[in-house]
Design a protein around this ligand. Structure first.
Ligand code: MRU
Length: 371
């Protein structure tokens, strides 16, 4: 998508003058929305640090960054031991988003049985394919989701369609386009009047700092709302549909996403507002069924809850404490929305029910592998 009129992706390969790939470039998302800066990942350790510190984040982007992390590792040592070391180090960075393991398994499958001399080139190629596939998948999600928005726009006779989203499942969370935002960008580009309520998404505020930033740069009308506002808006008919992303969808259609998503699903259910989840197929984990008991929920540093970072009036970026000294805090990163609260899953193969049968029918090749 566009940053200051220039097409930009979240991850790319940097080359020297002779067109040899030298390293991987990414946007440092911890500096947004106040500063747009990029960083270079040159080693496995750089990739691990970027994912852990959330300079790159969002399930599909974590997967693509990890794939390139394997390439970076093999450049210094293409042995089995180093491949194993890279897999383990990258897998440990974030526990909830299954795209990470999916991408690492893809890399392992591509590289493992190749002679050492071919491993670096093979890893580079497969990582590039994973990144390109992500873009194509998100565009397909966009096309399917667009129909939902257009149907509501037709019913409202062209009056603007209000979409509520949580966290950032936008292009910054993927290689490009985003998942939840892909239908929104397509609708906006097509001239459908669409407006987004972006939950701020404490504690890290990905909605306020990232979703608002990217929608603003693409010219999509939006309003940032505190996390507790969605229910009130739905009660007053101000939300036409909810579209969120996800970090893992189980075989039975339970949806794990950023903490607070479940509460939005409950409010949507109570107010008969359609609640859609946009997901690329690598986000489906057919090896687990019950999201509540089987998905590991990341718990991050208490500092993320105890403090807030922002821009002062004179333009400095500062972090301030918002809880009393010594008050204990809890920082669960994700929650699980049971399938029964999900109106539909927007996938690259169409909008399907959040059920075991629909998921297995839409992705039989993935479902079969997990048996
Ligand atoms: O902790 P984050 O910022 O990586 O969490 C991001 C989300 O929860 C997104 O909704 C999810 O990864 C889907 S991204 C297309």
């Amino acid at each position: 998508m566009k940053v200051d009129g220039k097409n930009t992706r979240t991850i790319w390969v940097e080359s020297d003058g002779a067109n040899n790939a030298t390293c991987v470039g990414v946007i440092d998302q911890t500096l947004l929305p106040h500063r747009f800066a990029t960083i270079k990942l040159k080693t496995l350790e750089d990739a691990v640090r970027a994912i852990q510190s959330m300079q790159v984040r969002g399930a599909p982007l974590i997967g693509a960054a990890a794939a390139y992390g394997v390439w970076l590792a093999l450049r210094t040592d293409a042995s089995d031991e180093n491949l194993e070391r890279a897999y383990t180090a990258l897998l440990a960075t974030r526990p909830t988003a299954i795209n990470l393991q999916w991408a690492l398994d893809q890399m392992l499958a591509a590289v493992r049985n190749r002679p050492r001399a071919e491993r670096v080139a093979t890893a580079f190629k497969r990582a590039g394919e994973i990144a390109e596939e992500d873009i194509a998948i998100n565009q397909a999600i966009g096309r399917h989701g667009l129909k939902l928005i257009e149907a509501i726009a037709a019913r409202k006779k062209g009056e603007r369609v209000n979409v509520l989203t949580h966290c950032n499942a936008g292009w910054l969370a993927t290689v490009d386009w985003g998942t939840a935002t892909a239908p929104i960008y397509l609708a906006h580009d097509k001239g459908v009047a669409v407006h987004v309520f972006a939950d701020e998404t404490r504690p890290r505020n990905q909605g306020a700092s990232l979703t608002a930033w990217e929608l603003g740069h693409h010219g999509v009308p939006h309003t940032v709302i505190p996390d507790n506002t969605g229910g009130h808006l739905m009660q007053h008919g101000l939300v036409d549909l909810v579209i969120v992303g996800t970090d893992r969808v189980t075989a039975q259609g339970d949806v794990c996403n950023k903490i607070g998503t479940y509460l939005k699903a409950l409010a949507a259910h109570d107010n008969r507002v359609p609640f859609y989840v946009a997901l690329p197929s690598p986000t489906i984990d057919f090896s687990v069924s019950d999201g509540l008991s089987e998905i590991p929920i990341e718990q991050r540093s208490p500092d993320e809850v105890a403090t807030v970072t922002g821009k002062t009036k004179d333009g400095r970026i500062e972090t301030v404490q918002v809880v009393p000294d010594g008050s204990p805090v809890a920082n669960y990163g994700f929650d699980v929305t049971p399938a029964r609260l999900v109106t539909g899953l927007i996938t690259e193969r169409g909008v399907i029910a959040a059920t075991r049968e629909a998921l297995a029918a839409a992705f039989p090749e993935r479902a079969k592998l997990a048996i």
